[in-house]
Design a protein around this ligand. Structure first.
Ligand SMILES: Nc1nc2c(c(=O)[nH]1)N[C@H]1C(S)=C(S)[C@@H](COP(=O)(O)OP(=O)(O)OC[C@H]3O[C@@H](n4cnc5c(=O)[nH]c(N)nc54)[C@H](O)[C@@H]3O)O[C@H]1N2
Ligand SMILES: Nc1nc2c(c(=O)[nH]1)N[C@H]1C(S)=C(S)[C@@H](COP(=O)(O)OP(=O)(O)OC[C@H]3O[C@@H](n4cnc5c(=O)[nH]c(N)nc54)[C@H](O)[C@@H]3O)O[C@H]1N2
Ligand code: SF4
Ligand SMILES: [Mo]
Length: 727
């Protein structure tokens, strides 16, 4: 028997786990790690099933190569050779611009995704780079980049100290939080209420989070930017702007903001968002008068038609109420492992997509146009695609179209543990090893943690001989893409990146190692893999001067304290101030204004998440599926009765049509229907998932509609019609 402690990689809450294994390396027990200073023993049903997931017999254990319709297991050298043949063939025939890559959500959770996916994307030498970020949080990056200067300068609610939290379009009791890393958010929210604080939830559904709150307001999907503008209008009209604004909080653009807000008084926006004007005014006054307060908006407000405007307004309210960057407000975390951030002011649109002329954001193009780029002939058409930890057939807007498009590629490689709806189109599938064979460090998520904290989990189980770590898989792909061949030594890539990192650090004035010799610094690093050496370098160069050795000596993690104010040093806008009215955002306000006069569709579709589900890929774990974790269309009973729905409904949008089981519930407001995404497993090689197939919600979502500044997909507020099936 053996007990291992490690971070759960399954969601953004980064809980510490205590895992018991038998002598054969099989997991016999998983529980929360009570000694983790951040998660203090919290665990959810997904974390508890990590053993079952890790040992899922349907996970791929060897690489697969597809010849015609037949899959064949091959050795790793054979698989990499097949990738080299496929990729170089496409490059020779069509050039590098015919290469595309899609990076899925688990890249935010893996060491490989953080450290090697960027190098791979660069090595491909193409601008056809796509990720789940444009089906998720890109509006927040754009708003933060334009307001504060860097797309990762994202404030998070200081949940443990706040007196008042206004939450829009998030359901952490099911999701466990997003862009807001806080293990046991249910417990933290209950503690907020216990100490006399107030939680207000705005959501078209009375979710489990809403049920916990002091107050829940229904809102028409897609209209949060109107509601938030109504709040801003009230703060300005009633002179509720905090005295810190202009002093502790240096701002630019306040007058312009005032002029913009003039068009969105509560009485005007109330009709659009379905929240009474008096309620909007009260929300504003409560935020302004609470001792401390924070506004937080997530999926429901990001993946919507006015996602960037909503994300901008969330932080405008945090600024105007004086709650930005102070204890109990919305604060900026300071992660331990960090390369110095660029101080160049943030820009988007440095290039544009070929077919729809959509602007680049954060170096990538919107996934909403991936199918266009694969299907549309001409110079630059994508002919070869790599998918790394992604399932866009089920997760991208109008994923059903992508399903067909992927079939037309000349070559496709997937790095994925499963043969699924997306990877079935690949010619080569490269499976990463088991979770317990992989190291873990949260390079991405600790940017959003409500306490500064660091924890490293080395692999619990060794790799089988010849089996590459996921980092090595991506490094090898990068070297193949760079033309160095399938046999090149991945250690060469690590040394190159280490050298660049150290050189940049010694050349940066004010850095703790400024002026030192990079070779000497390299000699100080410890670690048994390239990934560990790189982590050690980032820790040493980071703000706490930690080392990998220290993290290894603290297997439960190190608490680095509560969040602390970071202004004005954090700001990297050209003005050095918080930009309250950045031109690219101001340019999108007329679109919002035009929406004021629009007639609402009869029904709009929204998504939802379930505690025991995880996007598209945990439906093959028997203990997690079934019960209330099902793919049903939630609809208000009034609507169901009026339409005579009984059992099933036909839902149709501009993109497609589905027939789905209905679940009448008064938790959802009339005129709104909800369908979870990630289902539609028919024909998969995963027998448990196939038994709980469900339908693909993204057969209905419309890739032609995006949030304009960010190009982000719109999953919430999709106009649909609903009717009973023909008898
Ligand atoms: N309609 C609708 N669509 C949505 C959403 C919605 O709310 N509504 N949500 C959106 C959001 S927020 C997101 S993040 C995207 C997610 O979009 P994707 O990232 O495309 O989809 P996932 O379902 O997360 O798929 C993850 C894939 O990674 C594989 N995988 C799991 N672990 C690993 C690993 O360690 N390494 C590798 N290489 N692969 C791994 C899984 O087998 C699976 O194939 O979906 C978006 N789509
Ligand atoms: N159990 C579980 N946990 C997960 C995931 C999972 O699939 N399952 N996925 C992970 C991922 S990739 C992410 S990005 C996070 C997301 O985490 P959250 O942001 O908490 O996402 P959701 O649970 O989808 O909550 C979105 C809420 O927005 C509401 N909503 C829909 N439209 C609107 C609108 O127009 N306005 C407002 N105000 N509300 C609206 C929905 O009813 C829903 O309750 O969760 C992560 N955690
Ligand atoms: S809340 Fe997230 S990190 Fe914590 S155990 Fe559950 S899935 Fe894992
Ligand atoms: Mo996500």
């Amino acid at each position: 028997m053996h007990i291992a402690h490690r971070t759960c990689p399954l969601c953004e809450a980064v809980c510490g786990l205590r895992i018991t294994l038998d002598d054969a390396g099989r997991v016999t027990d998983v529980r929360g790690d009570a000694d983790d200073p951040f998660s203090r023993g919290f665990i959810c049903p997904k974390g508890a099933s990590l053993g079952a997931l890790d040992e899922d017999p349907d996970r791929l254990r060897a690489p697969l190569v597809r010849e015609g319709g037949e899959w064949r297991e091959v050795t790793w050298p054979e698989a990499f050779a097949a990738v080299e043949r496929g990729l170089t063939g496409v490059i020779d025939r069509h050039g590098r611009e015919a290469l595309g890559v899609y990076l899925g959500n688990p890249n935010a959770h893996t060491v490989a995704g953080a450290l090697y996916a960027p190098a791979l994307a660069r090595a491909l030498g193409t601008r056809q780079i796509f990720s789940a970020s444009t089906a998720d949080q890109m509006p927040k990056h754009v708003a933060a980049g334009l307001m504060f200067g860097h797309p990762l300068s994202i404030p998070v609610p200081d949940v443990d100290r706040t007196d008042h939290l206004l939450m829009l379009g998030a359901n952490p009791l099911e999701s466990n939080g997003s862009l807001w890393t806080a293990p046991d958010l249910p417990g933290r929210l209950k503690a907020l209420r216990r100490r006399g604080g107030r939680l207000v939830v705005v959501d078209p559904r009375r979710t489990r989070t809403a049920a916990l709150a002091d107050e829940h307001l229904f809102i028409r999907p897609g209209t949060d930017a109107y509601l938030l503008f109504g709040i801003v209008h009230t703060l300005l009209a009633e002179d509720l702007v905090a005295p810190d604004v202009g002093a502790r909080l240096p701002v630019a653009g306040l007058d312009e903001l005032r002029a913009l807000a003039a068009d969105f008084p509560p009485e005007t926006v109330a009709g659009v968002c379905g929240v009474p004007a008096a309620g909007i005014v009260r929300l504003a006054r409560d935020l302004a008068t609470a001792p401390t307060a924070a506004v937080y908006g997530r999926m429901g407000t990001c993946t919507a038609e006015f996602g960037t405007l909503a994300q901008w307004l969330v932080d405008v309210v945090n600024v105007l109420t004086g709650n930005l960057d102070r204890a109990g407000g919305a604060m900026f975390p300071l992660p331990a492992a960090a390369v110095p951030r660029s101080r160049r002011p943030y820009r988007t649109g440095r290039w544009r997509s070929r077919v729809r002329n959509l602007p680049e954001v954060n170096g990538e193009l919107p996934v909403a146009t991936l199918a266009d780029e694969i299907e549309t002939p001409g110079q630059g058409q994508i002919r070869a695609l790599l998918t790394i930890a992604g399932n866009p057939v089920l997760s991208a807007p109008h994923g059903s179209r992508l399903d067909a498009a992927l079939g037309g590629l000349e070559f496709m490689v997937s790095v994925d543990p499963y043969l699924n709806e997306t990877t079935r189109h690949a010619h080569v599938i490269l499976p990463p090893p088991r979770v317990l064979q992989s190291p873990h460090y949260d390079f991405a998520l600790l940017n959003f943690a409500v306490r500064n904290y660091a924890r490293y989990s080395p692999p619990v189980l060794p790799l089988e001989p010849g089996r590459p770590a996921e980092s090595e898989i991506l490094a090898r792909l990068a070297m193949i893409a760079a033309g160095q061949g399938a046999d090149a030594d991945p250690a060469g890539l690590d040394e190159l990146i280490l050298d660049q990192t150290l050189r940049r650090a010694v050349d940066t004035p004010g850095s703790p190692v400024a002026g030192r010799d990079p070779a000497e610094l390299r000699a100080e690093l410890t670690g048994s893999t390239g990934a560990e050496l790189r982590l050690d370098a980032m820790l040493r160069l980071g703000p706490y001067g930690l080392t990998l050795r220290e993290l290894r000596e603290h297997p439960h993690g190190i608490d680095l304290g509560p969040l602390e104010p970071r202004l004005p040093g954090l700001l990297s806008t050209a003005s050095g101030r918080i930009e309250l009215a950045p031109p690219q955002i101001v340019a999108d306000v007329p679109r919002l204004r035009a929406g004021l006069g629009r007639e609402a569709p009869e029904f709009v579709l929204i998504g939802r998440r379930h505690l025991r589900s995880n996007n598209s890929w945990m439906h093959n774990v028997a203990p997690l599926v079934g019960g209330s974790n099902r793919c049903t269309l939630q609809i208000n009973p009034q609507d169901a009765r009026r339409l005579g729905l009984n059992g099933e409904a036909v839902v149709r949008s501009a993109a497609g049509e589905l027939t789905v089981a209905v679940e009448p519930t008064d938790a959802i407001m009339p005129g709104v229907v909800s369908l979870p995404h990630g289902w539609g497993h028919a024909g998969t090689a995963q027998p448990v998932a196939a038994k709980h197939a469900g339908v693909n919600a993204n057969a209905l979502t419309d890739e032609t509609v995006v949030d304009v500044p960010s190009g982000n997909a719109v999953f919430n507020g999709v106009p649909v019609t609903v009717r009973a099936p023909n008898p």
